[in-house]
Design a protein around this ligand. Structure first.
Ligand SMILES: C[S@@+](CC[C@H](N)C(=O)[O-])C[C@H]1O[C@@H](n2cnc3c(N)ncnc32)[C@H](O)[C@@H]1O
Length: 219
C-alpha cells in the first residue's frame, strides 16, 4: 500500500471516528465506559500529563501539535500560558470539533487549527516546541515526518510510539484491521534507528505504559 493510500485510510477513519475519540477526554460517562477507557485508552490522557510535565514552563512559548485531533493538547498548552499554539490534522471531523471547543473555551487568541497534512499545513512557520502524540501509530514514513518536525522546531520535540510487544496489542490490531485503518508499531531498537535516520541525536526514550515517548532536545 502506498504512503498516499495509507494516509487516505487514516484520514477517513479519524474523520468518522472524531466524536468517539474525543469522548475519551470527557469525564461524564458510565462507570463501565470509564473502566474500558481507562484500561484500553487511559494512555491517551496520561500522555497529555507527561507532555505538560516535559514542556514546563510553557508561558510565552509557541507550540505546534502535529495530528492534533480534537485539540485537547493545544488547549492544555494555551491554559499553561503558551502564547501561540497551532494544531494541524488532516481529518476534518477532528478540526471541526477542535474549533467548537476552541470557541467554547475562549482560547481563540492563542489556538489556531488547520485542516491538512503535516508538513504542508504547517506553512513553514517555526515553533519553540512540537508534539506528535498518538500520531506515529498511523504514519508509514516516520523518518520523513520527524525530519520535517525538526525543521519547524527550535527547542523540544515530544513524540509517542506504540509498543510492538504489549498485552493489549493483539486486540488493538484486530480492531484496526476491522476498521480498515493501518496501524504501525515500534520497538526500542526501531525507534532508535528512526531517530538516527531523521538526524535526532539528543533525546530521552521513556518507557510509558503502552507507548515509548521520545523527548528530543534540539537546543
Ligand atoms: C489518535 S489521533 C491523536 C490526536 C491527538 N494527538 C490526541 O492525542 O488527542 C491521531 C490523529 O493524527 C491525525 N493524522 C494522522 N496522519 C496525519 C498527517 N499526515 N497529517 C495530519 N494529521 C494526521 C489523524 O487524523 C488523527 O486525528
Amino acid at each position: 500500500m502506498s504512503v498516499e493510500t495509507i494516509g487516505r485510510k487514516v484520514q477517513a477513519h479519524f474523520h468518522a471516528d472524531a466524536q468517539r475519540f474525543d469522548a475519551i477526554y470527557e469525564e461524564e460517562k458510565s462507570a463501565f465506559a470509564r473502566f474500558v477507557d481507562n484500561v484500553w485508552r487511559g494512555v491517551v490522557k496520561r500522555r497529555l500529563d507527561l507532555a505538560l510535565q516535559v514542556l514546563d514552563p510553557l508561558a510565552g512559548k509557541t507550540v505546534i501539535d502535529v495530528g492534533c485531533g480534537s485539540g485537547r493538547y493545544c488547549f492544555a498548552y494555551a491554559e499553561k500560558g503558551a502564547k501561540r499554539v497551532l494544531g494541524v490534522d488532516f481529518a476534518e471531523g477532528m478540526i471541526d470539533l477542535a474549533n467548537q471547543h476552541n470557541r467554547k473555551l475562549a482560547l481563540t487568541a492563542q489556538c489556531e487549527f488547520r485542516t491538512g497534512a503535516f508538513p504542508a499545513a504547517a506553512g513553514g512557520e517555526k515553533f519553540d516546541a512540537s508534539t506528535a502524540m498518538g500520531f506515529f501509530d498511523y504514519i508509514a514514513d516516520p523518518v520523513y515526518i520527524i525530519s520535517e518536525m525538526r525543521k519547524v522546531t527550535r527547542e523540544t520535540m515530544v513524540m509517542s510510539f506504540p509498543k510492538r510487544w504489549e498485552w493489549r496489542i493483539p486486540i488493538r490490531r484486530l480492531r484496526f484491521l476491522k476498521s480498515g485503518c493501518p496501524l504501525f508499531l515500534y520497538t526500542e531498537k526501531s525507534i532508535r534507528k528512526i531517530m538516527a535516520e531523521a538526524g535526532v541525536t539528543r533525546y530521552e526514550l521513556i518507557n510509558f505504559d503502552r507507548d515509548y515517548v521520545v523527548v528530543a532536545h534540539l537546543k
